[in-house]
Structures are given as C-alpha cells and as structure tokens.
Design a protein around this ligand. Sequence first.
Ligand code: TRP
Length: 338
Amino acid sequence: MADFTPRVFSGIQPSGGLTLGNYLGAMKRFVQMQDAGTHETVYCMVDLHAITAELAAPDKLRSRTRELCAAFIASGIDPEKSILFNQSQVPEHAQLGWIFNCVARMGWMQRMTQWKDKAGKNAQNASLGLFAYPALMAADILIYHATHVPVGEDQKQHLELTRDIAAKFNHDYGVDFFPITEPVIEGVATRVMSLRDGSKKMSKSDPSDMSRINMTDTADDIAKKIRKAKTDPEPLPEALDGLTERPEARNLVNIYAALAEIPAQSVMDQFAGQQFGTFKPALVDLAVDKLGPIGSEMSRLMQDQAEIDRILARGAERAREIAAPVLEQTFEIIGMVR
Ligand code: TRP
C-alpha cells in the first residue's frame, strides 16, 4: 500500500441528547488521540447523516449541531489542533458519497444490520438516504484518506464496508488511491450501560431520564441518578471476575475507572469489600468533578453562537484543503472531464 499520512477521522450525529456514553466512548477517546500527537485528527458533526432517519425541525437540527460542537470543545477538542467541522459545510462528502453509491453493490448494502434494524419491517417507507448511509460514511472517511477510525462496536460492519469500497475502487481503476482504513473499536471499559439495566447501552432515546447521565446534567442531577442507579446488595469483590454476573455493578466500576483514567482492577483494589453505600458517593464526587466543568463550558459556549459558527466555518475551510484535492483526483481517476 502507498504511504498514507497517519490520520484519524470520526463523526458523531447531531441528533440531540449527548450522554456520558458519548463522552467516555467517543469524545474522551478523540481527545486522547488528538493529544497523543501521533496522528492528524479530523472530527465531524455528521448532519447529512442525521437527516436519514427523520427530518427534525430546522431550528432543532441547527441547535443540535451547535450543541455538539460545544460538547466537542468542552470535552477538550482543540479546534487548532484538530480539524473540527460540520459535514454539510464540506460539499466533497456528498460528492464522493455519490461516487461510492456507484461502487457499492446492492447486496453489500442490504446486509448492513443497522439498515435492517433501523428500517425495520417498514423498509419500503425508509428513506433512500438511510439505505445509502454507509456509503456516505465511507466517503466521510476516505475523502481524508483517513487511516484510523475510532468507533463503537455497532459501527464495525460499516467500517468493513468502507474497506470493501476502497478495495473495489482501487481494484477497478488499477490504482492504490484509497487507504484500507483500520477500525479502532472501543473496548468494554468505555462502553457505558444504562443505569437502570446493565444489559442495555446508555442511550439518549431510553424513555427514562434516570437511565442516563447527560453531558449537560447539573451536579444535583448527576448525584440523584447515581444514588438511584440499580445495583445489588453484595459488596464489591476483590477481582474483576467477581463482576461478570453483576452487569450493573460492573457498569458503575467501569464508569469510575474511565472517569478516573485508571484500570478497573485498581478500582477493585480500592473498594473491595465495600458496599454501594460507600462506592456510590465516591462515584458521585468523581463524576461531578469531571463532568461539571464540561457541562458549564458547554452552556457558556452555547451563549456565543457567533463564536461557534466562526469555529465551524474555519474548520470547514481546513477540511476542504484536504478534501477538495482528493475529490479532484478521484474525478480524474474515474475519467470525468475537469
Ligand atoms: N455512523 C456513525 C454513528 O452513528 C457516525 C458516522 C458518520 C461516522 N460518518 C462517520 C463515524 C465516519 C465514523 C466515521 O456512530
């Protein structure tokens, strides 16, 4: 394979309601990759993806996009160090997306489990955009020649499709143009589960707000939710194996470890033999300490819409410096008159 600049790309949909799961599973990891300095980092608010499932009210989409931008920055994404931008402001994504609609095969797309889940029984009424979603996602990644993509487990199949699209394009045109991207799948340690049911992912769409911690929750909200989080009457064990049959306990330990940036075993070393009556207040202190400043920075930024829009405009400009030449070369390879 040709030499590609080490470059990380990832995206989050501005579909509203950011939780601790988004923070620990995505944003915090994105910040670590940014600060490691080993890769260029490109992070995107994927508004074109957000309209594939539902057409939200225009003001909602706008405010969710700005809120997501504020969350990225409040979490530690530095718009100077990383390229931080909104997808629709970089038209090359949709343009390459079209090309990839012509590379990907119907059979490949029909196998996507997310498509099957989201379209459900009423696939005839799902949008064409929902079906094409993974081809646009491949374009997001490959328009930057990204080499590494941090995502959750649920996106793994989409990344395999991205590799298939890159390989087919390269093969069909006899080029070595698109990289075969490596997924960087999140580990269990950062997968945050519902506070009410340790077998379900923490989700913005759970009907109970008590099941999740939102990035904008106040210290009181956070304290109340952790205090009421489902647990069991057993004390914490000495070793992690002791938590395999205790998903709720395991989840709280994982959250503690991720927030404190220590291995889960160190949490056990510290709390072995203690009851949740002791562990939960410690977790509340830690969570409030880590999330409080992020929530307040988000609301501060949200007051200054002009500043957010300036950051987005600048991010889009920087993104286009990479994306535009890649699209030009793609058109060239395909034989489009330029
Ligand atoms: N599909 C991703 C999700 O729902 C979001 C996304 C869109 C993305 N384009 C991407 C993630 C490119 C990584 C790379 O989580």
